[in-house]
Each structure stands twice: as C-alpha cells, then as structure tokens.
Design a protein. Structure first.
Length: 302
C-alpha cells in the first residue's frame, strides 16, 4: 500500500490493516443486500496500488522527509479522498442508470491500464522477494542474478507460478487454485521443521516477512497517524490529477465485471444497482479512513 523506503519504511502492517478493513466493509455491503450475486466477494481494489505509490511519493516530495507526520497524515487523507471520489462516482453512475456507458470505452485503453499494472506488480514482486529498492538499475540485475541468495528467493516463487500454470492447464476445477495455495505454506513449514531451521534466520534471510517491532501491532493502529492539523491541504489538492487518473481506472472495472459475471453465473442482475452498491461500499470505506474496494470477478466466480 505504501512505498517501502524513507518515511514510509515499516508501514507494511498498516497497509495490510487498511487492505483488510476495506475488504471487510465491501463484503458487509454486498452480503447484506448490496449485491444480487449470491456469492458476491468484495475486496480492496489491489490494481490501484501503483497510483497509491505515485500519490505517496508526490506528497513526500512536496512536504519533505523531515515532516514525517505531515507526510503520512496527508497520504492517508489522499487515500481516503480516492474512496470518496470513487464512491460518489459509482453511486452517481448507478443512480443515473449510466452503467452501460463504460462499455463504450475502447478496449485497448483497459488493456493498456491492466498491462501497466501488471508491469508494476512484476517489478514490485521482485523488489519484495529480494528486499531491495524498486528503482531499477544495473545493480538491480546484478543482485538478481549474481547473488545466489537473491536468485533463490525469486526463482522459487517463479517456479511455483509456472507449476500453477501447468496444473491449471490440465485441471480446470474451481478448487485447484485455492488448494494449491493452501498446500504451499504447509509444505514450506514441513521442510523447515525437517531441516530444523530457525525461524529468526529465515526472517533475516528474507524467506519470511520480518514485521520487526510492529509484529504485534493492532489493526487500528493506522488511526493514530490521522492528524487533521498535520494534513497539508494544498498538497492534497495538488494530488487531484493523479486522483482523477486513479478514478478513471477504478470506474472501468465494475461496469465490465458485473455483466461478465452475470453471464458466467447465469444470473440476471441490474448493473446500475450493483454500481450503487459499489458507491455505498466505497463511501463506507472513506468513512472508516481506508481505500477503495469493488466486487471481484474471479473470487465471486470461484
């Protein structure tokens, strides 16, 4: 959710808390009548994380590392503003019965957006696996391929991803993917126990995430960073161009996912009513100070 360097270093647990809070709020809205899909599955809109990183880095550049509290407070306000804008837009599109309007957007725009997010997630995946900065230079490639410990850290997940593709090409049952991901940690800890490896050493070498001093941090800890006096409202307004780019990307998903899900599940639903539900779930997220969410096509289909 946050960049991993500078003033944002160590805020990983806070991002996880915001992710789950947004997911739970979305699920509550869809479960209690917001969505007509019987198994509607909501989640934080993970695809917009690149936009969050842009917002956070821009705010940090404007305010400066020396004003850490203002940087974090303004960043949280920017994330919440994205939920407000997304919620209002979805609610308005649904209320005016304009859900079908998104279907006229050129397909290559959506494909380009998704491709850009894919490239970001690929880069971030390597950075997280090897615990290095996301900035790519020649030194990055040296650490990837010349350092054996780093090579193993990203080669193993890559091999698991390739194996998953091979398995799903052979078996297409809905439970294949969940079972596969449940097996991985079980096998991992069986191997760890068999080798008698110390968990502290695994954390130090990057095999297990090191939560540091925040390991037992309460999920609501991020509220302590909210300080309306520390928010730089001028800087917050300067983020609007990025906010509108994020909003444009947000509104592409539900009007395309809902009809596709309706066809896949053979259920007749009203796209405009689903958009209104998205409006409620995102405004509720904003009320709780967290990030946008939506109805997930793949999870609901499973």
């Amino acid at each position: 959710m946050f960049p991993a360097t500078g003033v944002f270093a160590g805020l990983g647990p806070m991002g996880v808390s915001m992710f789950f809070l947004s997911t739970v709020l979305a699920q509550l809205v869809y479960t209690f009548g917001g969505s007509k899909f019987a198994g509607a599955n909501g989640s934080m809109m993970i695809e917009v994380v690149p936009f969050f990183h842009i917002l956070a880095n821009d705010i940090r550049a404007h305010i400066g590392e020396e004003h850490a509290r203002s940087v974090i407070a303004t960043t949280l306000a920017a994330y919440t503003l994205s939920s407000i804008l997304t919620g209002l837009t979805f609610a308005l599109l649904g209320a005016l019965k304009l859900g079908a309007l998104i279907g006229f957007f050129p397909r290559h725009i959506l494909v380009g957006c998704i491709g850009g997010v894919g490239a970001f997630l690929l880069r971030t995946g390597f950075a997280v696996s090897m615990r290095i900065d996301e900035d790519v230079d020649w030194g990055t490639f040296e650490r990837m391929f010349m350092d054996k410990s780093n090579l193993v850290l990203w080669a193993v997940p890559l091999a698991l991803a390739v194996l998953l593709r091979i398995i799903t090409a052979r078996w297409s049952h809905q439970l294949v993917m969940p079972i596969y991901f449940l097996i991985i940690p079980i096998v991992f800890y069986i191997v760890v126990a068999a080798l008698g490896t110390d968990l502290a050493r695994l954390r130090a070498t990057g095999w297990i995430f090191d939560m540091g001093s925040r390991e037992s941090e309460a999920w609501y800890k991020f509220y302590s960073y909210w300080d309306f006096r520390a928010i730089r409202y001028g800087v917050l307004l300067d983020t609007l161009p990025t906010q509108f780019a994020l909003l444009f990307f947000n509104i592409l998903h539900p009007p395309l996912n809902v009809p596709a899900l309706s066809v896949s599940l053979d259920e007749d639903v009203n796209t405009d009513k689903e958009l209104v539900a998205h409006g409620y779930s995102n405004l509720l997220s904003a009320l709780f100070g967290t990030v946008p969410n939506y109805l997930v096509y793949v999870n609901t289909l499973l």
